[in-house]
Design a protein around this ligand. Structure first.
Ligand SMILES: [Cu+2]
Length: 154
């Protein structure tokens, strides 16, 4: 508050100066404005933390899928389980061959999945109700060759 009073006095003084000395010092009033702004609390820190991984509380769970590092047309697991709600799919593809992870429900309707990637990682979020789903790679032929698994959502 002392600082603000000082700034006010300064501003008044400069106004007085301008009043009798002509229009020279516009920058001093700008400085006063900046000073009072910096004394207001910063408005940061309200952001929700995105990600954070496998907390058991809450409704977000993370599924980790990986294409077979040995180059087979397969994921490293053919079963997975998730909790109903928002599910994050983390997919790692160490192969130079393009793959993705798509999820389809029991009716065969695709409900989401990652982008096609090669030698990379991607993630996607899907909203899942309890039930049985199939996850698979959508590149033609890959699913048939074994790139699929069963996802149970509880
Ligand atoms: Cu594939």
């Amino acid at each position: 508050m002392k600082k603000l009073a000082a700034l006010l006095a300064l501003a008044l003084a400069s106004v007085a100066l301008v009043a009798c000395g002509g229009s020279s010092d516009d920058s001093s009033s700008t400085t006063a404005t900046n000073g009072s702004e910096s004394s207001t609390p910063a408005e940061t820190g309200g952001k929700a933390n995105a990600g954070g991984g496998s907390t058991s509380a809450g409704s977000t769970s993370t599924l980790e899928f990986e294409a077979d590092p040995g180059g087979e047309l397969a994921f490293t697991t053919d079963t997975a389980t998730a909790k109903a709600g928002k599910v994050t799919i983390d997919f790692k593809n160490p192969q130079a061959l393009t793959h993705d992870v798509k999820i389809e429900d029991a009716q065969g309707k695709e409900v989401g999945g990652t982008e096609l990637i090669a030698s990379s990682e991607d993630s996607a979020t899907v909203d899942l109700k309890p039930g049985t789903y199939t996850y698979f790679c959508s590149v033609p032929g890959h699913r048939e060759a074994g790139m699929e698994g069963t996802l149970t959502v509880k």
